[in-house]
Design a binder for this molecule. Structure first.
Ligand code: UDP
Length: 413
């Protein structure tokens, strides 16, 4: 079966999610690789070795392998430090390929660092190159989701979006941005949304979920209202807005906020959020759960009354999908990919970003109205039918076949 080289230089698809470095992109590569391998492709995912104890090759599903490439010191490095390691990484991937005597039909690269490596490899191998950027620095700046981005990244992305054979975008909105900001022609961008595991994330009894969490050391009474936020602890996620919104709620109930995500590297952001919570008088109602193992997260969604996604920007926003698949209403910022996945007033609410008042208003509305929560939750669950990882893999398979065929035509002419 044809073999695909998937590049994920800066972060591993097997990294635990929700720390400071691993989130939606890792989940995407992991889930999609398994689904593609199940449909017959041989998937080799390459990532940089950041721990000397890691074996060179890890088979993580039948037909899907993760290969650790030596490039720079085998320790966790800041993303900014990795730009200088792109050539070494690409050389390592080529050495692995040559040693195993493999032929890759296509390169699928994730995030600009991998796309830079992908350009070198696809040129060397004479095969097509698909690029998925996940976030783009210029887009973050324009969305005011970031104040400063490295010049090297800005320049590299401007060049790479045009140099690859096809960009894979998660939403139609991203396709428009690629045309407006970078001048990428429409037909050079394929829109393939992300997915959600609707078996793992599905509605379950809330009382039973809370009992399970109590046994795991996260007790909460049946009467309490639980707001849940999930994501890497970084300012971009807007959790401070949510903490302020919690202080503004007027509903006559005990409301607690759980924040899942974060590790020792995100200690400064956690300290900042704790300070905000104390400042607005809700310090005792915010609980930081740390990074929750992905397989344990469904229980947290099932125990929650409302999931809030107050991000300043999301290129897609898997957390909103997981909440909807779990049948829990979502209150999310009206930004980026969330606009394509949350249907305002039907599966949740989309509100203006960066200010707590609209979040507080919609959360109050939902907490006061159980039938409304149920109706939105049910509509959310139903709307997730079109977001399976299998259908993502089907669309990617079609794109791979088409791009490989076009490459073959170009090579022959
Ligand atoms: N996640 C997790 N445990 C945590 C926090 C996050 O498993 O403690 C997962 C979450 O379920 C989701 C991903 O990390 O699948 C975050 O993806 P999203 O697209 O929402 O955000 P990104 O990390 O891409 O900014």
């Amino acid at each position: 079966m044809p073999r695909i080289a998937v590049l994920s230089l800066h972060t591993s698809p097997l990294a635990p999610l929700g720390g400071s470095k691993a989130g939606g992109m890792n989940a995407y590569i992991h889930e999609v690789s398994i689904a593609l391998a199940t449909s017959g492709w041989e998937i080799d995912v390459f990532t940089r070795r950041d721990d000397p104890a890691l074996p060179e090759v890890v088979a993580f599903a039948p037909g899907a392998r993760l290969i650790h490439i030596e490039a720079g010191p085998a320790v966790v490095l800041e993303t900014e430090e990795l730009a200088g390691l792109v050539d070494e990484f690409a050389a390592g991937v080529e050495a692995f390929r040559a040693h195993e005597g493999l032929r890759y039909e296509l390169v699928h690269a994730h995030y600009w660092l991998s796309v830079a490596a992908g350009e070198l490899l696809a040129t060397r191998w004479g095969v097509p190159h698909l690029a998925m950027f996940h976030t783009l620095a210029e887009v973050k700046l324009r969305a005011r989701a970031s104040e400063r981005e490295p010049q090297a990244r800005l320049e590299a992305e401007r060049r790479l979006v045009l140099a690859c054979d096809r960009v894979v975008a998660a939403t139609e909105h991203e396709r428009q941005l690629l045309r407006q900001i970078y001048g990428v022609p429409r037909d050079r961008v394929a829109v393939v949304p992300l997915g959600v595991d609707r078996e793992a994330f599905r509605p379950r009894d809330r009382t039973a979920a809370r009992a399970t969490l109590a046994s795991r050391g996260v007790p909460v009474s049946d009467e309490a209202r639980v707001l849940l936020a999930v994501g890497r602890l970084e300012p971009l996620k807007g959790f401070d807005i949510l903490v302020r919104a919690l202080a503004q709620l007027t509903v006559d109930a005990e409301v607690v906020l759980w924040i899942a995500g974060g590790d020792e590297r995100s200690a400064p952001e956690r300290a900042r959020l704790e300070a905000v919570a104390h400042e607005v008088g809700v310090g005792d109602r915010v609980r930081f759960l740390g990074a929750v193992p992905h397989e344990e997260l469904p229980t947290y969604y099932n125990a929650a009354d409302v999931v809030v996604v107050p991000s300043f920007y999301e290129s897609f926003g898997l957390v909103a999908l997981e909440a909807m698949a779990s049948g829990v209403p979502v209150v999310a910022s009206r930004v980026g990919g969330l606009v394509a996945t949350v249907s305002d007033g039907r599966t949740g609410y989309l509100v203006p970003w960066r200010c707590p008042e609209p979040f507080a208003e919609k959360v109050d509305l939902l907490l006061r109205n159980e039938p409304l929560r149920r109706a939105l939750g049910e509509a959310g669950r139903a709307s997730m039918e079109r977001f399976s990882w299998e259908s993502v893999a089907e669309r990617l398979s079609a794109l791979y076949r088409e791009t490989i065929a076009l490459g073959a035509v170009a090579a022959a002419s």
